[in-house]
Design a protein around this ligand. Structure first.
Ligand code: PEP
Ligand code: MN
Length: 368
């Protein structure tokens, strides 16, 4: 695969982080004018203006966007704000119409990224076209599918690409509309060096009073920009009413966010360097201890094999979980972290013991 270039997605010299703002859906020329007017009043000039004209609804019957009719209205935005415009495309017809209308940047939604057939079709429609494409993460936290979409676009010659982290479906979660999983965009950045990832706190939270908090987290995790749905009258928006903010509120959010600098190794101050040395040493000790622990686990595995015992011993597992969690919590480690850590260690222990059992099975009868 051709290396994706570390360039701003829409080919402009962006100040970091990039700000993408605009309504969930285009509703009318008057709506676009009102949004632009309020943006100007608040001195907001987004790096990119977003607006959906084809809306992928999970179930039919909702507002599905005004379609190609609404594309020429976006000229209003260009006149008022003089910024590039992005719309979502979900099939080849959308691509043709968006290109005909002179749209500057395309974005692919989460419900499209999930389907390699759709992504491939869109990519084919863009062969030979020089346009930036933003790719939202798929609905489920499947890094391979996300990377695959970038590869498909890259293979047809699109090299101005960026990701959008918009969270993942989680039926059990009550806090978010789409739960963020910060490790996925971080892994994406590792898989595709130089790729920029924008955060979409609007679709992550589903509610406007959480936008600031999630935007700050995204910046803390080193993401490169924010896509925030912005509408002059959010309560009466035709789609995603609960999560949109007014341009006035957007200005407040941007003012309150802390944009911290990324530290490059050559600029580290002395104190931070010392702390890092300390952490490096502690991590080294941690690895030594883990390696020791697993050596003992291997011995336990061999012993269980010889005694015909099952790998998983529920009573022991419960008592290990409880006692270690308690000990960790007493040492100021969170319960959630302790549980996740112990689960990870336990899973690895079971795997290693299974390996022992498979290597030289001396008995067939298991005493559970
Ligand atoms: C949107 O950005 O309006 C949208 C439909 O987003 P997603 O694909 O993240 O659901
Ligand atoms: Mn939306």
């Amino acid at each position: 695969m051709k290396n994706l270039k570390n360039m701003s997605a829409w080919g402009m010299n962006l100040k970091s982080p990039a700000i993408i703002a605009g309504p969930c859906s285009v509703e009318s020329p008057a709506q676009l004018s009102a949004i632009c007017t309020e943006m100007k009043l608040n001195n907001i000039k987004p790096d990119l203006f977003r607006a959906g004209v084809w809306k992928p609804r999970t179930r039919p019957g909702g507002f599905e966007g005004l379609g190609a009719t609404a594309l020429p209205w976006l000229e209003i935005v260009r006149e008022e704000l003089n910024v590039p415009i992005t719309v979502e495309v979900g099939n080849t017809k959308h691509v043709e119409e968006a290109l005909k209308a002179g749209i500057d940047v395309l974005w692919v939604g989460a419900r499209t990224t999930v389907n390699p057939f759709s992504v491939q079709e869109i990519a084919e429609a863009l062969r030979g076209v020089d346009i930036p494409v933003l790719v939202k993460n798929p609905m489920s936290p499947d890094l391979g599918l996300w990377v695959g979409a970038f590869e498909r676009f890259n293979a047809v010659g699109i090299d101005r690409l960026a990701g959008i982290h918009r969270g993942f479906t989680d039926q059990h979660d009550k806090t978010y509309r789409n739960k963020p999983n910060w490790s996925i965009p971080i892994h994406l950045k590792r898989e595709i060096p130089g790729i920029e990832v924008i955060n979409d706190p609007s679709h992550i939270t589903g509610k406007r009073d959480m936008i600031l908090e999630v935007s700050q987290r995204a910046l803390n995790f080193g993401l490169d920009g924010l896509m925030i749905e912005t509408h002059h009258d959010p309560d009466n928006a035709w789609s995603d009413a609960a999560q949109q903010v007014t341009p006035t509120r957007l200005a407040e959010i941007l003012k309150q966010l802390e944009f911290r600098e990324t530290l490059w190794n050559e600029n580290l101050d002395d104190q931070l360097s010392k702390f890092r040395v300390e952490v490096d040493q502690l991590d080294h000790q941690l690895m030594e201890i883990l390696a020791e622990r697993f050596k003992v686990i291997d011995k336990i595995g061999a012993h269980k094999r010889d005694q015909g015992l099952a790998v998983f011993q529920p009573d022991r597992w419960t008592s290990v979980m409880e006692s270690r969690t308690k000990e960790g919590v007493a040492k100021n480690l969170s319960e959630k972290f302790m549980k996740e850590l112990l689960f990870a260690i336990h899973e690895e222990s079971v795997k290693r013991q299974e390996k022992q059992i498979k290597t030289q099975s001396t008995t067939n009868s298991l005493k559970v």
